[in-house]
Design a protein around this ligand. Structure first.
Ligand code: CP3
Length: 343
């Protein structure tokens, strides 16, 4: 079946579009009262992630309520550590916590790297239900965390400002780090392949903690693994979002992916010089801009769009939307993108 609205896919591939497509990272989540209602009926976040019908429902909410040009499957990047044998809890106001972590090669060897499709079947099922219920109105985005970001959580055991335990491992046990990154990469490749087989129309790789590595470390511990993942996906466009890693845009520009995510710290002309003209950029309004008044949100959105004038662009924020953002302001952002015509 052909997509009724395929703006996102055409923009990703660099094909002509009538207007810039728009969606928001973390659009399926706490900004919507309708999401909180569904979540309240279940036993917490992880219960919702593992409930394919309900996960499909909250995936589609932003399409119905906000009118975005894409859905992103409701799940989390942390399903991969869990499938590898490190379960997580999602603690209110604290975020993810892992009771067990990785601290040496023995721990890596104990990871269970087989039967991924059994362990992540609930996500695949949610994708199939979502595809059916979306009825090809808009594309469905699949996703996974990039190996370095997943490793960071598996070693650290929770969120952190510095991820110093995970970064320490890069210096003190580089072989352990490489073994762990390869295990995550292998698992992620088969997981994304299954997402695509189930109907995902594009996949995004989130490297949320890219920006805490040095350029040299990023080249050694992140790029080669992202490249393996990107090279393994042939059927659909791929987006790589390496948050905070402006220095990586040169390597990412040479990678076999269609789109690069930009955060709000990265000037567009700089990104273009680094990555070259053959990529679509996705981003990059500061999520805090949505706390402004209606006219301020409109003005900031237009300012952002003007910076991408003449370039391949998918409008988005420079990171996930913050949970206390007024959905009305999100709608102003979306409407402004849709009504924008290049002068
Ligand atoms: O709408 C979407 O983007 C799809 C769903 C999605 C979630 N997490 C749902 C979620 C996606 C794409 C993610 C990715 C994710 N998860 C990332 C990468 C993107 C980023 O923001 O950098 C990261 C680092 C995580 C790990 C994670 N999950 C953290 C650190 C937290 C706690 C902090 C927070 O944002 O609440 C989560 C929880 C989480 N993942 C929630 C949602 C909707 C909130 C849980 C709740 O409903 O209470």
């Amino acid at each position: 079946m052909a997509l009724k609205n395929d703006l996102l896919i055409r923009a990703a591939k660099g094909e002509p579009v009538e207007r810039t497509p728009v969606w928001l990272m973390r659009q399926a989540g706490r900004i919507l009262p309708e999401y909180r209602e569904v979540r309240a009926k279940l036993n917490g976040f992880i219960d919702l992630v593992k409930n394919p019908e309900r996960a499909a429902e909250v995936t589609i909410q932003p399409v119905d309520i906000l009118n975005v040009d894409a859905a992103i499957i409701f799940s989390d990047i942390l399903v991969i550590p869990e499938a590898l044998g490190l379960p997580y809890d999602m603690v209110e106001k604290r975020g993810p916590v892992f009771p067990q972590t990785i601290s040496n090669m023995e721990d890596v060897k104990k990871l269970s790297t087989s039967d991924m499709s059994d362990k992540l079947g609930y996500v695949i099922e949610a994708i199939k239900i979502t595809k059916k219920e979306l009825n090809d109105r808009v594309p469905l985005i699949g996703f996974a965390g990039a190996p370095w970001t997943i490793m960071a959580y598996m070693v650290e055991g929770s969120g952190s400002k510095t991820f110093s335990k995970a970064r320490k491992m890069l210096y003190t046990q580089p072989e352990t780090a490489h073994a762990l990154l390869q295990a995550i990469t292998d698992c992620t490749k088969s997981y994304l392949k299954e997402q695509v087989n189930a109907g995902a129309n594009l996949v995004q790789v989130f490297d949320s903690w890219a920006g805490i590595l040095s350029p040299a470390q990023y080249d050694e511990f992140a790029i080669p693994y992202i490249k393996q993942i990107v090279d393994s996906i042939e059927e659909v466009p791929v987006t790589v979002f390496s948050k905070g890693a402006y220095f990586s845009l040169h390597s990412l520009g040479k990678m076999n992916c269609e789109t690069l995510g930009l955060d709000w710290n990265t000037p567009v002309d700089f990104a273009l010089k680094m990555a070259g003209p053959n990529k679509t950029f996705q981003g990059n309004l500061d999520p805090c801009a949505l706390y402004g008044s209606t006219s301020e949100v409109r003005a900031e959105t237009i300012k952002m769009l003007d910076q991408f004038k003449g370039l391949r662009h998918i409008a988005n924020l420079g990171h996930g939307v913050y949970p206390d953002t007024d959905p009305e302001k999100v709608k102003v952002f979306i409407e402004t993108v849709k009504n924008y015509t290049q002068k």
